[in-house]
Design a binder for this molecule. Structure first.
Ligand code: HMG
Ligand code: NDP
Length: 428
């Protein structure tokens, strides 16, 4: 279905009015919207089946970022996150990309690596060749463990063998199974295969297998996004767009050369990605681990994004990173809201979901860099954070908007100030 993701007055509506508008726009069913309208979308019985020792459930805000156009398709992005200004910044930057057509994305095949650690190998180079010589047998054995995946066009495709001659524990071989996991995140799938081939690998190498587990450095499963913005669309009240572009490129360069800055820069990217990963029931620890390991691929920890100017002086941003997301498996199937998020996105494959995630990460990075390189992060962020402060100070009903306005006007957003203002208003 084709929609318009520009929702100019969305921010000014109540949550219930927003949901009504989205229901009409996306043609969601009454059952779908009931999941969001009533608290407790995750029944305790399902929660109890998901993890151990459950005593309840924990809710977080569920929002939609607007203005996204990805590969020509308009979409609203479900984001589950506790941090103010993330949704606003993503929506704002997506809006700025629209004149040049939004985001362009692509991805590699959904290939995951499983590692099999082989120790006590007396002749590691010879053992390595033995594994490679018998690759077809190893792959066939791995694939015998997941018939469904084979019928879906996935399965173990190849093996690699990495040799560590001088490990502190003696020579060590690490065999990698390269597995196309289709629409799964794939951890359980590849772990099963790794465990299945371990005895054959011991036989072929004469060594002893220890660990059999996926690698979260999913460097064969990459998603990419790109955006382009003309300088005139980056003008602010105080800065010319061309100056904003220089500021963004300086900010990127800082992250590219300094790991202390890169950690914060990449956190800003994950501000956009993690909330989508959570909203779709995916494993955010796996995505985080892969992201930061990948950021070290050039021998030092650096920026995951790049920012440059094209020949016309337009700002061009790119993000390429591992994106091990699934549409099946884990909580993606069990959590009712995860399924709803996938319906809102209208995605048909895990690859498509991964591409959307990097587009949101790229937008989020630009939101932060644009603010940092111009007026600073506090004005926009604190204006939205003021609601949190007002809520924790005890403001309710009409008091909330009044208190937020007073704090933002005076640029004094602090808990003690909020409490003092509230006492003053209540005449205490
Ligand atoms: C916060 C803004 C967007 C305000 O920016 P603004 O200029 O005050 O916004 P505006 O009121 O002119 O609105 C512009 C558009 O922003 C969106 N927007 C604006 N407000 C809302 C809202 N309330 N609810 C929903 N959407 C909102 C919305 O799309 C709107 O367009 P419209 O649809 O109205 O035509 C801007 O200051 C900004 O982008 N700041 C960056 C915020 C940010 O990056 N937050 C992340 C948390 S900080 C952090 O953890 C990461 C960091 C910073 O350390 C990373 C790093 O160092 O790299
Ligand atoms: N280090 C890490 O990151 C680790 C993560 N995990 C956890 O593993 C879970 C993800 O594992 P995952 O393997 O994705 O989950 P599942 O094993 O639950 O799902 C994958 C299985 O779903 C079946 N399937 C059905 N349709 C498809 C399709 N279109 N594409 C692919 N497979 C399909 C496949 O076969 P079949 O039905 O035959 O099984 C496949 O093996 C997450 O919960 C994650 O947190 C676990 C261990 C370590």
């Amino acid at each position: 279905m084709s929609i318009d993701s520009r929702l100019p007055d969305f921010r000014n509506l109540s949550p219930s009015q927003r949901l009504d508008q989205v229901q009409r726009l996306l043609g969601l069913s009454a059952e779908d919207t009931a999941l969001l309208r009533d608290a407790g979308a995750l029944p305790l019985e399902i929660a109890d089946g998901m993890i151990e020792n459950v005593i309840g459930t924990f809710e977080l805000p569920y929002a939609l970022a607007s203005n996204f156009r990805i590969n020509g398709r308009e979409m609203l992005i479900p984001l589950v996150v506790e941090e103010p200004s993330v949704v606003a910044a993503a929506s704002f930057m997506a809006k700025l990309t629209r004149p040049a057509g939004g985001f362009q994305t692509s991805s590699s095949a959904p290939l995951m690596r499983a590692q099999v650690q082989i120790i006590a190998v007396s002749d590691p180079c010879n053992a390595r060749l033995s594994l490679l010589r018998n690759k077809d047998e190893i792959i066939a054995l791995a694939n015998s463990k997941d018939q469904l995946l084979n019928t879906l066009g996935g399965g173990c495709r190849d093996i690699e063998v990495h040799t560590f001659i001088d490990s502190p524990r003696g020579p060590m071989l690490v065999a990698h199974l390269i597995v196309d996991v289709r629409d799964a995140m794939g951890a359980n799938t590849v772990n099963t295969m790794a465990e299945a081939v371990a005895p054959l690998m011991e036989q072929l190498t004469g060594g002893k297998v220890r660990l059999r587990i996926l690698s979260n450095l999913a460097d064969l499963r990459l998603a990419r996004a790109q955006l382009r913005i003309a300088p005139e669309h980056l003008d602010t009240a105080e800065y010319q767009g061309a100056e904003v572009i220089e500021g963004v490129i300086d900010a990127y360069t800082f992250a590219a050369i300094d790991p202390y800055r890169a950690a914060t820069h990449n956190k800003g990217i994950m501000n956009g990605i993690d909330p989508l990963v959570v909203a779709t029931g995916n494993d955010w620890r796996a995505v985080e681990a892969g992201a930061h390991a990948y950021a070290c691929r050039n021998g030092h920890y650096g920026s995951l994004t790049t920012w440059e100017k094209d020949s016309q002086g337009h700002l061009v941003g790119t993000l390429e990173m591992p994106m091990p997301l699934g549409l099946v498996g884990g909580a993606t199937k069990t959590h009712p809201l995860a399924q709803l998020s996938l319906r809102i996105l209208g995605v048909k494959s895990a690859q498509e979901l991964g591409e959307i995630a990097v587009a949101v990460g790229l937008a989020q990075n630009l939101g932060a860099l644009r603010a940092l390189a111009t007026e600073g992060i506090q004005r926009g962020h604190m204006a939205l954070h003021a609601r949190n402060i007002a809520l924790s100070a005890g403001a309710r009903g009409d008091e909330l908007d009044w208190l937020v306005k007073r704090m933002v006007e005076t640029r004094d957003v602090r808990a003690d100030r909020a409490q003092a203002l509230l006492r003053e208003k209540r005449g205490q």
